[in-house]
Every structure is written in C-alpha cells, then in structure tokens.
Design a protein around this ligand. Structure first.
Ligand code: ZN
Length: 1017
C-alpha cells in the first residue's frame, strides 16, 4: 500500500486544532461586558459585586501585573436554543498556555457563590444542560492579572531576571512601565455546547495519541491510521455538528477493542499540585486554591467516578477561612468519596532543611486537620515535588501512622536513574515504608497517550508488579483536571494497545501494589536529589528565619511548660499553635529552599521577625515567672540545650556561678595567637588561620601548608533554575579571599575585615575558655551577583566519610567519588554540624545558619590525606528574585577540634540555643532529666489536649543502642508512649516506669514520645 502516515497525522492535527475543537462552541452570541478594576489588593467577593462597574468589551486591555479586575458578563439565551445545552466561553486573553502561570479567573453567580475557574486550558462555564430559551444570564469573574514570571519556550524554560516578582519595590519606585496592562480580553460568549463534536474530538485525540505510541510496524497502529482517516473523511467541514455522529461510528469499533490481558494497570488520581507560594505570593495561593477546588467540585458533579486528592492541610484551612462556601463544597464532595484529603502534612515542606521537630509538627497539624475536619486518618505521605528526602522520614511516617510514601521528584536526577519505582524505603533507624515513584515522571499529567505509554515503558518493577500511579491535572499554579482528561480516562479504561487506566484513590493503589509486591526491593538511606543543590543555600535570611524560629519554638514550649508545672502559669496553647502553623507554612518547598519571587521572601523575612518577637516574649514571660523576684542583683542562667553546660543542667536554670570568658589574643609577629590550654589557634597577618593545634591530642588540625577559614568566591551561573541549582562546573574557577583590609583585636577576639567587589566581610574569631571551638562570627554586606561564597577548612585527617546532622540523627556519606552516585553528591545538606574523623580523632564544623556543605579529599606528597570541609555561606542568584541575598547578613560557624560526632551533637545544640540570663535567684530543676548524653530531648511541652500532661520527645542521637533513665522533675502519675499526635502507641516496649523515673531502652536513632502524667497534691 502507498499509505503515508505523516500525511494522515498532519491532517488529524490540523483538523482538530483549527476546525473540530472550535466547532464544539460554534453557535454563539456575545455577552455584554462590564468591568471594575480593583484599585489595590484583592477585595472580598461581596465588595466586588457591589462595586460600580464601567463598560468594557472584547479586545480591551486589562490587568497590570498583580492587579485584579472584576468583569460582569450578562446576556440572554436565544429562544431558538431551547432544549440545548448552553455554556459561557470566557477567554481572558491568557498569556501562556500553561494553566496557573498567567492570568486566571474565578466565575461567580450573582449571589456570590463560585461556579468554576478559568485558565488557558479551561475557558468554559456550564450554564444549563437544557435551555428554556430567553432566560437571562449573569456572571461575575474575578480576574487575577498574575504575570508570566517564567517564560516557557518550545525547547526549554528561560530564566531571565525580572522585576515582576518584586511588587513592593516597583510600587515604591512608582515604576510606571510595569503598570501597563498585560492581557487583552479575547472572548466573552454564550454558546451552544455541541456534545457530539466534543466527544468526536476526544475520540480522535485518544486514538491519535495512542497511534503515536505504538511500535511503528504494529498492526494496531496501521489499523488506527486507516480508521482515523476514514473518520476524518466522514466529517463535512461545512456541517461538523451534523456529521460528527457518523465520524464517531467509524471510530467506535477501534475504541471498543479491549486491552491485552496482563496490560500494565494505571491508577489515575485527579490532583492539582498548588505551590503554596512560588512565582506568586501567599495571598494569591489562597485564591488559586479557591479556583482549583471550584473547578474540581464542578467536575465531580458531571463525573461521579472522578476522584481528586488534595495534599496540603494549610490550603484547606485557607479555604475554610476565606472562601467558606467553596470549602463547604469540598466537604460535601468528601462525603461522596470524590474529594480525598491526602498527604498527612500541613504543607508539602522541604525535607532537607526543615528541622526534625518541625517535621513532627507537619504531621501533627496536617493529620489533625484532616481528622477534625474530614474524619479521615490519612495514611500516605504525598510529596511529589520536594528537593530531596532525609533518611529520618520513614520513622517519622511510621510514628504518625503513615504507611505509604509517594514522590516523583527523584526522576529529575541529572546523573543517576533511580533503580526502582515501587520499593521499601529504609531510614536511619531501620524503619521501612512502602514507597512509589510514579513512572510517568510528572505530577501534572494530562493523561496523554505519551504519558500513559511512558508510565509503562519506564516502570522498573515490571517483573514483580503490573501497576503504577499517575497523578493527573494541571498543577504547580493549580488548575486541576479537566473534562478532557476525564474523557481520556474513560476511553483508556480498557483499550487495545494502551495500559488500562482506572481512576481510583491512592489508598486503593497502594493496597493493591503492596498485595502483589510485598517483597519489593529496598533502598536504604537518604533520597538525594541530584539537582537543585543551590536550595541548601539560596535566600539566607529565609533560612535563618526558619532556623531561629525552630529553636525559639523549642524554648517557648520548654519554658512555658516548665512555668506551667512549677508555678501554675497559663500555658500559651493558642499562641503556640498559631506560631507553629506560621513556621510550618514557610517550610513549603519553594519558600524555605529560597526559590520564590522577591515578594514571597521579603514577606517571609518580616513574618519571621514577628514570629521571633512573639516567641521571645513568651520565653521572657515564662523565664521571669521561673527566675523568681530579681532581688539581690543575682542572675539566673537558663539552658534550653539537651546537655548541661557551665554548671547549668540541661533544660533547667541555675544562678550564674562563673562568667564565661574569651581567651585574649596575643600578638605574634603580624598575627595573633589564641591559646586556652586545649586549643592553640594562630591567625596570621592576612587574617587566615594557619594553625589550629589540638594540645590535648598533640596534633595539628589543619593540613600542612594550608590555611583554615579561607573564604572562597566562585562564579555561580547555572545552566538553568538559578536559585535552585549549583552546577558542578562552579568548582572550575575560584578566587581565594586571602587579603585583609584590617586584622586587629576587638572584644576579646581577632577581627578580620575584607572587601571583595562592593561587598564587605567582617569576621571575628574567638576562643572561649574551656572550649575546643573556634567561633567565627560573620557580618557580611553582600552585593555580589551570581557568586557563591564558601568557607574552607582543609583538615589533616583521613576521613572515610563525613557525618552530617539530619533530623533526629545523622547520615554518613563517603568522602570519595568512586561511583557516579557518590560523585553526584558534590553539595550536601547538614543541619547543625558536619563531622569528619579517623579512629581516635576528628573535627566538626558547627553552624547557626548554614545547610550547604561540600567535603573533598586529597592525598598529599607526604602521604597524608587532606579532608576539606567547606560551608556554603551565601549565593546571589538572579532568578526568580534578582535581588536574592543582597544586603547585610550575620551568621556564625565554628571549627571544633578533637571531637567525635557525639560531641558535635552537643556543640551544635549549644550554638543554636545560647544561654539566656535573667535577673533572679531561683534554681529551676528540669522537668525531665536524662542520665545519658546520647539521649537528646527534642521537645518538652504540655499535651495538645489541654490535660496538663507533660509530653517529652527524645531520640537516640549517636546511632548506638542505649539504656537510660528519665527522671521527671515532678511527681509522676504515669508514662505512656505515644505516636506523634500524642495518642497511645500500643506495643511500644522501649520504656518502663521504675520508681520515680522511667527506664528507657532505645535502638539506634529511635524516636520516642512520652506522655507523662503529673500527680497533683
Ligand atoms: Zn511544587
């Protein structure tokens, strides 16, 4: 046969786009349009409906960036449409074809209730299934002029710096250029919905896409080609509506031919990934959620089989507060089983940087919201888009009652392909969680033939399982599934040549996958994303806000609980609940990683200041209550750290017994020496550390001929995703900042001032008496662009691996690059410390702000090994925030010499939880005391249920089995092990009440939450 497939494929593509799709709404009449441009920020719906609208028409320009316009459209259904289905077609003139990345609209009835949303791929509004003819129609559209911050071209995304994300800055400048309208109204019509043409379009769409995916020589492919051609022949272009049925008859047998026995099975679940802030501010996300939920609940009306998961409790809480009628629709659809709250977390957080106790609260507040509002115990952790997953998560999931884990982000690895799609993920303590990475490799699927086929081809576990999950629906900026996607799902349920698609809940998928593949392979340890490594460093102020908030929350809970038990002071339940939720929100995976627009980060910095002020006042009030009257000018020192220091017990307070002192620098040539009898540090005339001598161990910490605390500047211009990525080639060039403007003694330390470009870096190096820690206090006025600033410590130690603090434990990573997996980890995350050592001796870098680190090793001519640890202090990416990290910053880090990882646990806490001195004279006995350093208390608080029980969360921090005794500082009325939500955890054998204490036996890195009853009277 002389058949040319390309000709037929091209014919199908043109017919669909230029004739058949437009013919769905061929019969139409224009609506009358009026508009009210909101003068400032968005207003409540009622206020907009009552506003004075002026005349407008299709073709009008509207919408300076971030503004809102309310369009009122009205018209009359023509008499001759009686009995026909009618829709409104409302095209705001969207600037891109990606829903959620440009203008968006939400359509309301005149009574203020929402109908559904508008985006570039979803412009219809159902008016009536059967018109009476002559009835009047009125709608209001809340049109959000969200600008296109990130342009997507045909080949790749572009990342040009833009001021569009910095609204406050250009409003302040009066930046008139940016106040030009961005959009132009394209279509505002009432139209007959031609269902026959719509269904024909979907038939052709599905068969055409399937055809593309079949092997070039398959019989089915050629049969489909011929069938599609015959169907197109049956369409009369002058009477598409009248001939659509005949064309569909041609296609019917091809659509009725069933899938092969044993075909891959896809559990498709409606979803809309909504970034809680990103290329838009938090306030816009509130509206995005209302739009998406309106869309999907409307779709549920039309498709009873449609199921949709929503994964961030915070977003539903917003809806409840701001759009209660939309929220009521969601709850109603939850009742029918169509709307499925999922994910178990308050937001979808970053899980590299977020602290351990914060992750606990993500589960607590997420699961509690779903339980209280929907009566649903969620059992999955749903994190499709987070930039790496720490190895403490499996245990946290289990302790939160979570059984399944889902992400697809590791498919973004640029070096290694992850070997499994369905597997057990084993954490640092040995807990395993059944996990699935959808092989479709996206969380925004539209159920296209290409994606469905890719799911099957890509699935790595075919030998043991025949099913995978596909989350479908427009996302990132919201939008959700469409009726076209549902039409695809219907046709793909059982279709020859395709995997079988069933729309069903994630819980159903996981139960079936587990049943057929319980012996899935195991992946041990962190899920490192080989991409987006710059997120460990970008937007330092945001990261510091989170780090400070986490430690202040610990202090506020600890001292408030202590004051409540000791003095009867009221415990600030509501304030802590609210403050926690604020901090949890900002751990969202585009805020904490530093990858949002300027608007988001400047607002976050302000929010963190307010959070800190409020927490400081809670801490202050509790400490004043505990410290007693400030009588004889005495001072009480509070120690919120989990280990004693300076004669003050962990988690307690005592009158000051000694004043801490710094070791005074002694001039030595053109430099200085700091010597406290434990460590001797030499700082030369360039302000560089030329020696850090461990006097006790009689060995030098720094590699011969090298200098410590060497600041290094790298060009940092990645190929894409500026705020996200550090590309490996950044290491090819480096500038050592080895010249100082000033080296002198200030405040008992050596102060070094350097300038580079327009930036100024002032560092003060100090050594406390009795400490093994060289503290470096850094003040930076930072004006570099596309640069990465590192602080390097070349250490004379042959370390096989580095040990980094992660939530509730540690992770070891090889220092070599034997495999591509090791080599790809050229920038890694550590929390409060990173340790390198050899048997008998080691050193740690501890920090109060830093997450990004790199560790390399070199063998020297003398045979020794240099292990270089570097901290990533600052970046200066220009997309999406062109001003990222500009300005002043203060951060601290320290080199601790001659220590084991166990000591680093203690030092890291001490640096982040400085002692507080309060006037008074009381001794404050800790609410709980532990007799082993390896058992670290993560939280002391009162139980959330208001019972007055004391809740203590602790963990084994050294990676060893430990027996310990917990001694309460009150009369113990009983001790119960609980899950993270403070509910009894049956079968936990790790504690036993013995006398007035509690005996503990913990396995390595075990987390234990104890609820301790206080016996009164
Ligand atoms: Zn995301």
């Amino acid at each position: 046969m002389h058949t040319d497939p390309t000709i037929i494929e091209q014919r199908l593509a043109r017919m669909l786009s230029q004739r058949l799709r437009p013919a769905v709404h061929a019969r139409c009449v224009p609506l009358t349009v009026e508009v009210w441009h909101v003068p400032g920020e968005p207003v409540p719906v009622a206020a907009a409906l009552a506003a004075d609208h002026g005349p407008a028409q299709v073709g009008d320009r509207w919408g300076p960036a971030w503004s809102t316009s309310w369009f009122k459209v009205s018209g009359r259904i023509p008499q001759e449409w009686a009995g026909l289905p009618v829709e409104a077609v409302l095209d705001l003139g969207f600037g891109t074809t990606d829903p959620g990345f440009s203008a968006e609209g939400l359509v309301y009835r005149p009574d203020g209730t929402a109908v559904k949303a508008l985006n570039p791929r979803n412009t219809h509004v159902p008016v009536t299934a059967s018109a009476a003819g002559g009835e009047r129609v009125t709608y209001h559209i809340e049109a959000a002029a969200n600008p296109v911050v990130m342009h997507s071209g045909p080949e790749q995304l572009t990342f040009y710096p833009t001021a569009l994300g910095d609204r406050a800055a250009w409003l302040a400048d009066g930046g008139e250029g940016d106040r030009d309208p961005l959009y132009r109204l394209r279509r505002m019509d009432l139209a007959v919905f031609d269902a026959g043409v719509f269904e024909l379009v979907q038939d052709l769409d599905v068969l055409g896409q399937l055809m593309h995916e079949l092997p070039a020589q398959s019989t089915r492919r050629w049969q489909l080609l011929r069938t599609v051609e015959r169907a197109l022949d049956a369409v009369d272009l002058q009477d598409i509506g009248g001939t659509a049925a005949a064309a569909r008859e041609v296609l019917a047998p091809a659509l009725a031919s069933p899938a092969a026995p044993g075909a891959h099975r896809i559990s498709a679940i409606g979803h809309s990934h909504i970034d809680s802030a990103w290329l838009w501010p938090l306030r816009e996300t509130v509206r995005k959620v209302a739009r998406t939920v309106s869309n999907v609940t409307q779709l549920m009306d039309d498709h009873p089989g449609f199921r949709f998961v929503m994964s961030q409790a915070q977003q539903l809480a917003w809806l409840k507060e701001h759009r209660p009628e939309v929220y009521a629709r969601a709850r109603q659809k939850a009742g029918t089983g169509q709307f499925l709250p999922a994910g178990s977390l308050w937001v979808e957080p970053d899980t590299n940087i977020t602290g351990g106790e914060s992750l606990v609260r993500q589960f607590v507040h997420g699961k509690r919201f779903y339980l209280e509002e929907f009566g649903v115990e969620t059992e999955e952790m749903w994190l499709p888009d987070t930039f790496g997953y720490n190895a403490a998560l499996p245990q946290l999931m289990k302790l939160a009652g979570v059984r399944w884990f889902l992400t697809q982000k590791i498919s973004w690895n640029t070096t290694n392909k992850f070997p499994h799609h369905t597997f057990w993920w084993e954490g640092i303590d040995g807990t395993r969680i059944f996990s699935h990475f959808p092989p479709v490799d996206t969380y925004n699927s539209d159920l296209s033939g290409a994606e469905v086929a890719h799911s099957e081809r890509n699935f790595q576990d075919k030998a043991g399982s025949d099913r995978s999950l596909v989350p479908f629906g427009y996302g990132d900026g919201g939008g959700g599934p469409t009726r076209e996607m549902m039409a695809r799902a219907d046709r793909l349920a059982d279709l020859e040549g395709s995997p079988q698609v069933a729309v069903e809940a994630p819980a159903d998928f996981f139960a079936k996958a587990f049943a057929e593949y319980a012996h899935a392979p195991v992946w041990v340890g962190e899920l490192y994303l080989e991409f987006h490594r710059g997120t460990l460093t970008s937007q330092l102020a945001t990261k510091q806000g989170n780090r400070r908030s986490e430690h202040l929350l610990r202090e506020a809970e600890l001292w408030s609980a202590t004051a409540a038990v000791r003095t009867g002071a009221a415990y600030p339940y509501q304030a802590l609940d609210r403050l926690w939720k604020t901090v949890l929100l900002h751990q969202f995976h585009d805020i904490l990683p530093g990858t949002s627009i300027a608007w988001v980060h400047r607002e976050a910095e302000q929010t963190y200041r307010e959070v800190a002020a409020e927490l400081e006042s809670l801490v202050g009030a509790a400490q004043r209550a505990l410290a007693g009257p400030p009588g004889q000018q005495g001072e009480v020192v509070f120690n919120a750290a989990p280990h004693a220091r300076g004669g003050v017990p962990a988690l307690g307070a005592a009158p000051r017994t000694r004043a801490p002192g710094r070791t005074p620098p002694v001039a030595d040539g053109d430099g200085f020496v700091l010597d406290n009898g434990l460590v001797r540090v030499v700082v030369d005339g360039r302000g560089l550390v030329t020696s850090a001598y461990d006097i006790t161990a009689d060995r030098e910490a720094l590699a011969p001929g090298s200098v410590g605390n060497l600041l290094q500047l790298h060009q940092d211009f990645p190929n894409q995703w500026d705020a996200w990525d550090i590309d490996a080639f950044y290491r090819n060039t480096v500038r050592d900042l080895d010249q100082a403007d000033e080296v002198g003694v200030v405040d008992g330390g050596v102060r070094v001032v350097r300038t580079v470009g327009a930036s100024r870096i002032e560092q003060t190096l100090t050594l406390e008496q009795g400490a093994r820690r060289l503290d470096v206090d850094t003040l930076v006025d930072w004006h570099e662009r596309e640069k990465l600033l590192k602080a390097a410590f070349p250490l004379d130690v042959r370390a096989a691996h580095s040990t980094a603090e992660i939530p509730f434990g540690q992770v070891e990573r090889p220092t070599h690059t034997n495999t591509s997996w090791d080599a790809a980890k050229f920038e890694v995350c550590a929390h409060r410390f990173l340790h390198v050592g050899e048997p008998g001796w080691g050193a740690a870098l501890v920090n109060d702000s830093t997450y990004g680190h790199d560790v390399t090793r070199d063998v020297r001519p003398d045979g020794g090994t240099t292990t270089t640890v570097r901290l990533s202090l600052l970046r200066s990416a220009r997309f999406p925030d062109p001003q990222a990290d500009q300005g002043t910053h203060r951060l601290r880090y320290a080199l601790v010499v001659g220590v084991e990882p166990a000591d680093a646990v203690c030092e890291g806490h001490h640096m982040n939880l400085p002692e507080r001195t309060v006037p008074g004279s009381a001794v404050v006995e800790p609410l709980v005391a532990l007799d082993k350093d390896g058992v670290v208390v993560s939280a002391v608080k009162l139980a959330d249920d208001g019972s007055g029980d004391v809740v203590v969360r602790l963990y084994e921090a050294h990676g060893r089995r430990v027996r310990a005794t917990l001694t309460p500082g009150f009369a113990l009325g009983g001790a119960v092990a609980t899950d993270l939500l403070e509910r009894p955890l049956p079968g936990d054998g790790s504690h036993e009440v013995a006398g007035s204490g509690v005996r503990l036996v913990l396995r390595p890195f075990q987390i234990l939450t104890l609820r301790l009853a206080v016996r009164r009277g």
